[in-house]
Design a binder for this molecule. Structure first.
Ligand SMILES: Cc1ncc(COP(=O)(O)O)c(C=O)c1O
Length: 400
């Protein structure tokens, strides 16, 4: 008898579906398609020379090379955690390397936090829409999602109901997929909501460094640490990453939180993959120490120009009934079509006939709503290409 794989899996595997976006990216490799789909950094902006030097240094001297190629501590390289502690201090978060765990990208951080906090049917608060990768990371642990609305005092499951929420997950700066940023009042509301439910807050700062204009807002972990008298008393767990600033391919991110939680997460890290790549951490430390701020300035400049181009092109070409976000940073514009629009059908038409692509927004909603929404990424295309792509999109819309 041949094995039926679907019957062989644990029940939690039922929630593991293929990522719509990753599947989509495969189709979009044809060169004549203008893609606003992939929300990835522009590889032309990678600091290649600095990484060449960083890797050469890590491998150049025998003593360094032996360390770089060896197993290392689960917490992560101490000099990298020291650099991150300094970076977090600049964000108003007073922490030490003992408050930091290095992860394989912030995606691994989200997976670990799901593993640590979610049991079957535990309530988890997320915004509608939210980062698809977070839903994928959490889904394996079978949560029940409830809607977190930073703009309103929403009814949430709390201790009084007997089913306290485990955590609230937010991307406060230039969110994926909406590009939106929470105001100070909204940040405080999220913290108050979580406090009322006695829930932890997971703050995903993936895009925080990519601000193009507007006023810098404090991180939730900074607000809460200050209010509670220090990071050891804060309910916020901050997830950071080098993916959007230096390089996503090295897979280096970090978690900042109270020490007891970091100690627990170190055990999760050990069980999962022992530690993040030693060599990558050493090379990355060199690059961060030598040119982090300059690199951030460079990518900000490039993406700001592209954001401006996309907003101007949308203004010129989108028909009535469409509205879109005006992000102050990040990589995404979020567009809502008129009620009844099916963005998946529009995508089919747009790719097949007009050779332009975007991500239909529905996949970002935990409840499967949002059929009329779409995410447009401006990180990869030069302004002239953006203009052409938006014109094509307008043609596809007109044809529907
Ligand atoms: C909001 C958000 N969080 C986390 C990640 C994961 O990034 P990484 O694992 O590369 O740090 C992404 C990637 O696109 C993202 O958009």
């Amino acid at each position: 008898m041949t094995i039926n794989w679907d019957e062989a899996y644990a029940s939690r595997a039922g929630r593991m579906g293929a990522s719509e976006i990753r599947e989509l990216l495969k189709i979009l490799e044809q060169p004549d398609v203008i893609s606003f789909a992939g929300g990835i950094p522009d590889p032309n902006l990678f600091p290649v020379e600095a990484f060449q030097q960083g890797f050469a240094r890590a491998l150049g001297k025998p003593a360094e090379a032996k360390r770089a190629l060896q197993y290392s501590v689960s917490e992560g390289a101490i000099e990298l955690r020291e650099w991150i502690a300094g970076y977090m201090k600049r964000m108003g978060v007073d922490c030490t390397p003992a408050n930091i765990l290095i992860t394989c990208g912030s995606q691994q951080a989200l997976e670990f936090l799901g593993r640590l906090f979610i049991g079957p049917n535990d309530p988890v608060l997320v915004t509608w829409p939210t980062y698809l990768g977070a839903l994928q990371a959490f889904n394996a642990y079978e949560p029940d999602y409830a809607r977190l609305d930073p703009r309103a005092n929403t009814e949430i499951p709390g201790p009084g109901d007997g089913t306290p929420a485990q955590f609230a997950y937010v991307v406060p700066d230039f969110a994926n997929p909406t590009g939106e940023t929470l105001t100070l009042a909204e940040r405080k509301r999220v913290l108050a909501t979580a406090a009322a439910a006695n829930a932890v807050v997971i703050e995903d700062g993936a895009y925080s460094a990519l601000r193009y204009d507007g006023e810098e807002q404090p991180a939730l972990i900074a607000i809460d640490s200050e209010a509670e008298g220090g990071i050891e008393n804060s309910r916020v767990i901050y997830c950071g990453t080098f993916s959007k600033t230096l390089s996503p391919g090295l897979r280096v991110g970090w978690i900042v939180a109270a020490e007891p939680l970091i100690d627990k997460l170190v055990l999760v890290k050990q069980a999962s993959d022992l530690h993040s790549a030693t060599l990558n951490q050493m090379a990355l430390t060199y690059v961060a120490e030598t040119m982090f701020d300059a690199q951030v300035a460079l990518v900000r400049q490039a993406y700001r120009t592209r954001r401006d181009a996309m907003l101007a092109s949308l203004e010129r070409h989108m028909p009535a009934g469409f509205k879109w976000s005006k992000p102050e940073g990040g990589m995404f514009v979020w567009m809502e079509g008129p009620k009844g629009l099916d963005a998946r059908k529009l995508l089919d038409r747009a790719v097949m006939h007009d050779r332009v692509a975007f991500v239909p927004g529905q996949a970002f909603f935990a409840d499967g709503s949002g059929a009329e929404t779409m995410r447009l990424s401006f990180s990869l295309a030069e302004p002239a290409v953006i203009e052409e792509g938006v014109q094509r999109l307008a043609r596809a819309i007109a044809a529907m």
